[in-house]
Design a protein. Structure first.
Lengths: 422, 365
């Protein structure tokens, strides 16, 4: 099929014109009654009766009308629900910050529940003095605040062989973006005194998976954080309470949760999560190791399969997220005709290093079929590739690091589907 | 080699420079770790043998241990049950359409096997294996991958003599030399970039997307449909099941009260079972059948689950699960039901058995 770009020029004039037209033709929702909209003309319970007192919910929750906004899993992906994954509902969110309760979960031995009074952080190996810190000790180091995205290396991993899951929650939801508060790992390493032979660090989790990864000293001393807060409050248990490692821009598996130990060594450890897993198998049977950085990527979150266009033709807001493990996102291009013509999206909100960025593209939908794509440019000049460009380098067995351009097909009813295009 | 390693070499200098002035800024926080503390946590093993403890284990011993502790998920021959990791086979499959990545076909280092089994296995009972047991299981995994004969004994002494076949097929991330150059496009087409666009793949064709009641409700609400109506229509099956469950629930007054402390303890013990069994609301059959209402139910009560022949024979005799026979089964599953599919070795402690039964009773239907 082909898609016409006619009548969908995204100029501001066209947008306003479309809006004016819509005002005349679209009966506003709920305003169809001749006597007026009953939610206005009739007294509603909340207008008359008293609401909840202040302490009904000492820790506030979202409105009951938002119960569909939640993490979701894909059961067939993993053997059991303990060593498993669920996904952030990106299509329900806006701005750049992910609410704590919606940050996707990935555990290898379930969520550990750890009493912070019984939690310790040890630094040992090639250091002058192996040290043990309590949580109280850590609070006495100088703190920093940074917003970073955390993306699982397997995000979009189910899409290597072709369009598979219908919804950006499932295709792109192994990501979240929060503000961390913590101490630079550098301060802790310096407190112990790294020996000159120390070239690598190995964080280790306190849960039953005892997750370990090898991280080069350069990164450890650069921008890694040992964090205990996310979005201002304590880490959620499923995000590693009371302590996690933050490895900005690098694959999520390295951000060890329930962090209990950092070992300094002269060689990498080649542990399970950096050999059997999180290595990228190429078409010829060889495999890349230590593919740490997350390449620039973007996705349109609305419209998308879980968030169809319901208002008919006229003014339409397209929005999405973009990020890069190598810097910021100065530019995102959007197409509504499958890549024939591209338009510069409008970036909105803070542009922070290794953080999600929000983009918008407002257009006047003519009610015809659409093929939506977004294309991120990062601050290094890297441009998000198409899925086929990526397959030329990787084949289809890599599992990890799939940052190819996503396509949503939107039909005349406004329903969206995950597709790939030529 | 990649640019990154060059950077690393350079950073070695940086580290030494930084470490010196930093000493002056030390805050004196934390305390020195004791040797015992370090020994307790520093259990990691490296390919060069660093960290390997004294000890040894044979393929023969490994077979017994593996069958008892590992085969329930990984299969008797390392072929895996369900979606648990395959551990053996897959030789020469790495460039196939469906590669099978196992210890023998993919893993580069044997030390990784030792380290991982020791730190994280068996699933739900981590760090319960002795060093000799880890050597034995590692040796058995080599045997399952045709890397050694059945009389092989792995030890600290001969560990470094072992090389896994795929070690040389890993290389350092080289994106910087290829993709990063190719995908940096200062000039990129913005208009009239192609003549036509065809859809080449569609998710709807192989739709495996989960949809839950909340998602249906949200969709209905967006479409302006009556939410209660649409939900009823969309999930009638669920509603029927709920009503049926409610109708068949025993009257609460007639039920003996549960010991909630024991239930809580049983929930903890049940983690050993949770690799294969689910219980509670929304529980489904996995490797093992769903266990809701199992106490008091006839043998083989879950429709559609493929029970062992041994269990079905007992079901034909009209056997019903009681607290007593469940305790006997959980103590030594293979003794109680001949040829049971449940390869779990059994719970050793009577307290654990009592607790897990109490826990199961809390999910009566």
């Amino acid at each position: 099929m082909t898609v016409s770009d006619k009548g969908t020029k995204p100029s501001r004039r066209a947008f306003l014109k479309g809006a004016a037209a819509a005002g005349g033709t679209l009966a506003g929702a709920g305003a169809a009654h001749a006597a007026g909209d009953p939610v206005i003309t009739e007294l509603q319970p909340w207008m008359q009766q008293l609401g909840d007192g202040v302490d009904v919910a000492p820790y506030g929750k979202p409105s009951e009308y938002e119960s569909h906004v939640k993490r979701r899993t894909v059961e067939w992906l993993t053997a059991d629900p303990v060593s498993s994954i669920n996904f952030t509902p990106l299509h329900e969110l806006d701005g750049i910050i992910t609410p704590n309760g919606l940050c996707f979960e990935r555990h290898h031995a379930g969520t550990a529940h750890i009493d912070p009074a019984k939690h310790r952080l040890m630094i040992n190996g090639l250091v002058d003095t192996p040290l043990v810190f309590t949580m109280a000790d850590l609070l006495r180091f100088p703190r920093e605040n940074h917003v970073y995205f955390l993306e699982c290396a397997a995000n979009s991993g189910m899409e290597w062989r072709g369009a598979q899951l219908n919804g950006c929650q499932f295709t792109h939801g192994m990501i979240h973006n929060v503000m961390y508060t913590g101490v630079k790992l550098r301060h802790l390493l310096e407190e112990a005194g790294v020996k000159t032979s120390g070239k690598w660090v190995m964080p280790e989790g306190a849960d039953a998976a005892a997750m370990t990864r090898s991280i080069p000293m350069e990164k450890a001393l650069d921008d890694c954080l040992v964090a205990w807060k996310m979005n201002g409050e304590a880490l959620r248990p499923e995000q590693g309470y009371p302590l996690r490692l933050v490895v900005p821009g690098w694959e999520g598996n390295m951000w060890v949760k329930w962090l209990r130990r950092i070992e300094v060594g002269d060689e990498p450890w080649h542990h399970r999560e950096e050999t059997s897993k999180y290595t990228d198998l190429l078409a010829d049977g060889t495999a890349r190791r230590f593919t740490w950085e997350m390449d620039a990527k973007s996705v349109i979150t609305n419209p998308s399969p879980q968030a169809p266009i319901l208002h008919g033709k006229g003014p339409t807001v397209l929005t999405g997220l973009a990020w890069s493990g190598r810097g910021t996102i100065p530019r995102v291009d959007v197409t509504i005709d499958g890549g024939k013509n591209w338009h510069a999206a409008r970036m909105s909100g803070p542009s922070l290093d290794k953080s999600m960025h929000r983009f918008y593209f407002e257009f006047d939908w003519d009610g015809g079929e659409l093929l939506l794509q977004s294309r991120a440019h990062d601050s290094t000049g890297y441009v998000q590739p198409t899925k086929n460009e990526l397959r030329d380098y990787r084949g289809t067995n890599s599992i990890y690091h799939n940052n190819g351009i996503q396509t949503w097909y939107v039909n005349k009813n406004g329903e969206a589907e995950n597709v790939e295009v030529s | 080699m990649s640019k990154f390693l060059n950077v690393l070499t350079a950073s070695a200098v940086a580290v030494s420079v930084l470490a010196t002035p930093a000493m002056a800024e030390n805050l004196g926080l934390g305390r020195a770790a004791t040797p015992d503390e370090i020994a307790a946590w520093d259990i990691d093993i490296r390919p060069d043998g660093q960290g390997l403890p004294e000890g040894s284990g044979s393929v023969m011993d490994g077979e017994v241990l593996y069958t008892e502790k590992c085969s329930v998920c990984h299969g008797v021959f390392g072929e895996a049950v369900g979606r648990w990791p395959v551990l053996a086979g897959g030789d020469g499959s790495l460039s196939d359409d469906r590669p099978v990545k196992t210890v023998g076909s993919y893993w580069p280092y044997l030390s990784t096997v030792w380290d991982y089994v020791h730190r994280a296995m068996p699933f739900g009972d981590a760090q319960s294996l002795s060093n000799d047991e880890v050597y034995a299981i590692t040796a058995y995994l080599m045997y399952l991958n045709y890397l050694v004969e059945d009389d092989f004994v792995l030890s600290k002494e001969n560990f470094l003599e072992v090389r896994l076949p795929n070690e040389d097929n890993f290389f350092m991330d080289d994106r910087a030399d290829g993709e990063l150059v190719a995908f940096a496009k200062p000039e990129i087409c913005m208009s009239d970039c192609k003549d036509s666009v065809e859809i080449t793949a569609r998710a709807a064709i192989i739709d495996v997307t989960p949809e839950d009641a909340d998602a249906r409700k949200a969709r209905a609400a967006r479409l302006g449909m009556d939410v209660s109506e649409s939900e009823g229509a969309a999930s009638a099956g669920e509603d029927d099941a709920t009503q049926e469950a409610a109708a068949s629930a025993p009257a609460e007054s007639g039920e003996p009260a549960l010991d909630m402390a024991l239930v809580a303890e049983g929930e903890r013990v049940f983690k050993k079972c949770a690799a294969c069994h689910q219980v509670g609301e929304g529980a489904k059959d996995r490797v093992g059948p769903v266990l809701n209402g199992v106490i008091g139910a006839p043998f083989g009560h879950v429709d559609g689950f493929r029970y062992s022949k041994g269990l079905l024979e007992m079901a034909d005799e009209g056997m019903v699960w009681t607290e007593d026979n469940m305790a006997e089964f959980l103590r030594k599953p293979r003794d109680y039901i001949k040829r049971t599919k449940m390869s779990f070795a059994g719970l050793r402690k009577d307290e654990e058995i009592a607790a897990v039964i109490e826990y199961l009773k809390s999910f009566s239907e």
